[in-house]
Design a protein around this ligand. Structure first.
Ligand code: HEC
Length: 136
């Protein structure tokens, strides 16, 4: 009886460990994409200190402080739109690149089984959720 209880408890512990590992990897795709596409400007830690951040007249924003700057609420839709860029009317000289078109071009190359628009939205959403996960 006691032995089976130990076995059950060990099983629960292992399952918990696996779940915890999955949870910490939930944002892996977004993080990977972030490091490739965004870190040069926004910094590896998303603190606005990327390698080429000093090239810009305006300060590159610290992406870990978005929620704080919005009264503690992470504006997911706004972040999605600023990454996508396609639906937002932006002034001239806006240094932040539009990524929706870039992902659209990449998705067209990947073939259209899933639908280009779905691929673009998925990519942008992964990025936005990753940024949400690193809020201070
Ligand atoms: C070429 C430099 C550069 C790159 C690359 C870049 N950004 Fe930006 N980003 C900026 C600058 C500068 C701003 C502030 C001015 C603006 O909004 O254009 C900004 C603004 C933002 C904002 C709005 C922040 C706020 O506080 O409102 C978000 C969100 C953002 N970037 C996310 C990303 C993500 C995600 C990527 C990668 C897919 C990325 N950026 C790539 C330069 C860059």
């Amino acid at each position: 009886m006691f032995r089976s209880w130990i076995l059950a408890a060990t099983g629960v512990l292992c399952a918990t460990a696996v779940l915890a590992q999955d949870a910490s990897d939930e944002y892996a795709a977004g993080r990977e994409e972030y490091l490739v596409a965004c870190a040069a400007c926004h910094g590896e830690k998303a603190d606005g200190n990327g390698e080429i951040a000093t090239m810009f007249k305006d300060r590159v924003p610290d992406l870990t402080g978005i929620a704080k700057r919005n009264d503690g609420t992470f504006p997911l839709l706004k972040v999605i739109q600023s990454i996508d860029g396609r639906a937002v009317i932006r002034g001239h000289g806006n240094p932040m690149p539009v990524f929706g078109n870039r992902y659209r071009a990449a998705a067209n190359g990947e073939g259209a089984i899933l639908g280009t628009e779905a691929i673009v939205r998925g990519r942008v959403l992964e990025l936005a959720l990753y940024i949400q996960s690193i809020q201070e």
